[in-house]
Design a protein around this ligand. Structure first.
Ligand code: OGA
Ligand code: MN
Length: 294
């Protein structure tokens, strides 16, 4: 079996073959996948019948697993999956779809907004790895937008304007934009805004990208409506069809993406049927901007 990566979208999405990621990898395979992530920003694997333990072991090849605490409104005793796994399904502990008005479901609907994972954390995520254990019966594609290509397509004046800008990101903002505003004091404290640069440079390729997310609630030093109008405009540009790849899930696909260079969203699906998606997340290594004192 030889590892190969072919273009699904030239320079953005690669489809990997010739590897069994349920088994331990050798250093050559890890290096090839890392190089693939640096060149593309999204890698697609098929027919990987992962257990949660195998998914976490595969993820650790690329760095430490991010601590998922503080990223949702699911209480610890309600968790369906073990620590280290992000449950992105629409299921409760009984493996049945959550009720329509379940708070966890309403919160998770925020994944239908374009975002970058954990941009609401002071040290945001590096990679996300999403395993499809059971696809939706209809809808539920996940779309990815290339923030490097979007940056490259900006005019000079806009690039100069955004270079120094810092945004504030919080789950309060993304959920608030859907009208999900009922949060406890503890949740508000856990979701306190953090600061992120609006422009990032990839440490290996040197490519520049827009760092956008629906978690953005303002630009530091700007009047808020002006900031949000500008962010909307940038996001509209960055998610034009020419920058977007839509992944149509098959059971046992795994898609791995670089949150530093992409945004993603899930499209609407039939939520009365199970959709079992499980994510692991590779922690980032540094903040992108100076934070306010806690
Ligand atoms: C995620 C996410 C989208 C999906 O796992 O971070 O946004 O397709 N998921 O469920
Ligand atoms: Mn996500």
């Amino acid at each position: 079996m030889t590892l190969a990566i072919r273009d699904l979208t030239p320079g953005f999405v690669g489809e990997v073959s010739g590897i069994d990621i349920t088994a331990p990898l050798d250093p050559g395979q890890v290096a090839a996948l890392e190089a693939g992530m640096d060149r593309y920003a999204v890698l697609v694997f098929h027919d990987q019948r992962l257990t949660d333990e195998q998914q976490m072991a595969f993820t650790r090849n690329f760095g430490a697993i991010e601590d998922a605490r503080g990223g949702n409104v699911t209480r610890p005793e309600e968790q369906r999956l073990a620590k280290g796994m992000n449950d992105v399904s629409n299921l409760g502990q009984d493996n049945r779809p959550l009720a329509r008005d379940d708070r966890r479901r309403l919160f998770n609907l925020g994944n239908q907004l374009w975002h970058s994972d954990s941009s609401f954390r002071a040290i945001p995520a590096k990679y996300s790895l999403l395993s499809c254990r059971l696809p939706a019966t209809s809808g539920g594609n996940t779309e990815f937008a290339d923030m490097r290509a979007a940056y490259d397509a900006l005019d000079e004046a806009t690039r100069a304007e955004i270079a120094p800008l810092i945004c504030e990101h919080s789950l309060i903002y993304s959920r608030g934009s859907l009208g999900f505003t009922e949060l406890s004091e503890a949740e508000r404290a856990a979701f306190r805004p953090v600061r992120q640069s609006l422009v990032r440079t990839h440490p290996v390729s040197g490519r520049t990208s827009l760092y956008l997310s629906s978690h953005i609630g303002t630009i530091v030093g700007w009047p808020r409506p002006e900031a949000m109008a500008f962010i909307r405009d940038l996001a509209e540009h960055a998610t034009e069809p020419r920058f977007v790849y839509a992944h149509r899930w098959r059971q046992w696909d795994l898609v791995m993406w670089d949150n530093r260079q992409t945004m993603h969203r899930v499209r609407r699906f039939d939520d009365r049927q199970p959709r079992d998606m499980r994510r692991t997340t590779v922690a980032g290594d540094a903040p992108t901007a100076e934070q306010l004192a806690a």
